[in-house]
Design a protein around this ligand. Sequence first.
Ligand SMILES: NC(=O)c1ccc[n+]([C@@H]2O[C@H](COP(=O)([O-])OP(=O)(O)OC[C@H]3O[C@@H](n4cnc5c(N)ncnc54)[C@H](O)[C@@H]3O)[C@@H](O)[C@H]2O)c1
Length: 703
Amino acid sequence: MSDPVTYTLDDGIAVITIDSPPVNAVDQALRAGLKKVFLELRTQSAVKAVVLMCAGKTFVAGADIKEFDTGIADPGYHEVLRLIEDSAVPVVAAVHGTALGAGTEIALACHYRVALESARFGLPELSLGIIPGAGGTQRLPRVVPLEVALDMMLSGKPLPAAKALQAGLVDALVDGDLRPAAIAFARELVRKGAGPRRTREQAVKGAENAAALIAAKRLQVAKTMRNRRSPLALLDALQAAVDLDFDQGLQLEAKLSAQLEQATEAKALRHLFYAEREVRKIPGLARDIAPRPVARVGIVGSGTMGGGIAMCCVNVSIPVTLVDATPQNLERGLALIRKNYQRSVERGNLKAEQMEQRLALITPSLDFGTLATADLIIEAVYENFALKKEIFAKLDAVAKPGAILGTNTSTLDIDTIAAETKRPQDVIGLHFFSPANVMQLLEIVQAGKTAPDVVVTALELAKRIKKTGVVAKVCYGFIGNRMMDPYGREAERCVLEGATPAEVDSALEQWGMAMGILAVYDMAGVDIGYLTRLERAELLPKDPSFYRPSALLYARGWIGQKAGRGYYRYDGAERKRTPDPEVIAMLADEAQRLAIPQRHPDALEIEQRCLFAMINEGALLLEEGIALRASDIDVVYTAGYGFPRYRGGPMFYADTLGLKAVYDRIVEFQQTLDPQYWQPAPLLKKLALSGSSFAQWQVEQIR
Ligand SMILES: NC(=O)c1ccc[n+]([C@@H]2O[C@H](COP(=O)([O-])OP(=O)(O)OC[C@H]3O[C@@H](n4cnc5c(N)ncnc54)[C@H](O)[C@@H]3O)[C@@H](O)[C@H]2O)c1
């Protein structure tokens, strides 16, 4: 392996180049390389200044995350960064691409920074449940105002070079070739006799307002980053930067970092980091299967989903043929797409000409024949079995050989849909979530006959359109919606047992769900779930209380936000959700009519009933082979269902509680609640009683 850190001499200027593809992430070898080079340069009296830059597409973008589990091998970050900062001659970081995490911390240990106009600087450590641990919390507020430092680290969003210049993080912007410009900058420092400007020797900027600022951020974090430790630790570290000297501040940063790294929050976030990469590996599929080329996508149905899917494609320059049955609906669909883009333009996230370019990639049509040139056709018409079957028969007639036929169905049996064609091997489920242009998740449903290269193509497509594709097999609701079923069932049952809708949602939200499930029903439309259940009524439990609240709301037309009321009322200009006494009275009457005992479940019981029902269903999905891995379920839930990332997903969360504890509680529910719903999944029972975990089971499956 070639040396990741080398240098050349350019007439008194040493130019150090870090070259460790793909993103120059810091690992032991890179640290050792930096140490070696900086020690060597000390002995070279001819060197008057140093430029530190990177080869490849970016400056150092992060660190080797495996070192969290293995421990940091020598030389450590502090030793190396101190060596850089101690340099007797000025050190200039020359930044291109995105300096991330340790990359920004290295740049901060340099004495000066120049950057390409396109460069960015980020400290996204909170997204891994940790804080910058290589001096970032102590050095950044000595370079930029405390408030900017706080915002950068709390949001994790990289700061563009122009803003970095304004804030003082960058000394000069470079338009053009970075290397000669950085060398010229260094030469100018030498000419002026400007020596090292060590960050640690600077005062914290804006220290006088620190107390009020940090107090305000504490309040904000308590609301927006509920249940998390790392943002609070970050504020403690910044308080230390203000109160203590640099070395004491570093010590506190190190102590906090060590605590956070081993805490559940960081473990959960690291778990997801790996899980999101793992989803692309499909057991049993050869690694070398090539995806089919997808140069044009056809979409059938220009409604909510079809329009969103079209946006996903044209956003990454894939041309789309968008077909609908009626000119009115096609027009409406196109208008909605334009409106969505218009909003991005108004917010400054998209240029008007980019919007026009994207819209120009959409070819609207009322003729199925125009789909003949598409390599992939995604059907997104009404959720109606007969209609979907008819559409697939038509697609079979017009699609070119080898074209992939995808369906966005949420609930229908894809094997049956595939059987309508003479090419079931080309049929696959592509389950997008609403709004499709925003939501991260794509469930890829491999039907019984779907060919392996079709699955590979779908995974590739997900990557291209910047989504997380997770493969599932066919069952009702696939992974996500199937696990939502028992989760929602318990929430609906709890409001019949005397908890109010607000109590149920608040219990789930306090625990960390982005939105309580009843509020979600109101948002999506109470009618959607109700009508789906109506269609499958004969397969559902003959329990009069089963999803009864939804049925009552539906009967009254209180179907959620679009009706102005559902579980809640949505009055006033803000349409804020407020409890509805009529709904509460309606639920109480119904509970009495059905003679449902009023348990008045408290927050803990609500949370456990909803989540444990979901986890138990997850265990069934694993046994049935619908989900390939426990970690895939975690990705589905965090990417598509507002499950808090810092809890790692439902299966990881169950592991952190201990499966025995989860199992015991389910058995308790079996004895005290309706036993037909509380049958522990055999896999959960087996793992719980043998002291194992879903993670352990997953490792054993792969062996
Ligand atoms: N809306 C969601 O939240 C959501 C989420 C995931 C999946 N889905 C699924 O996506 C699919 C579409 O849902 P939607 O919400 O976009 O529906 P929608 O009602 O907004 O749009 C359906 C579109 O299909 C068109 N259409 C109907 N029959 C057609 C035909 N024969 N040929 C061509 N076009 C036809 C309609 O004109 C309409 O524009 C459904 O299967 C649904 O279950 C919806």
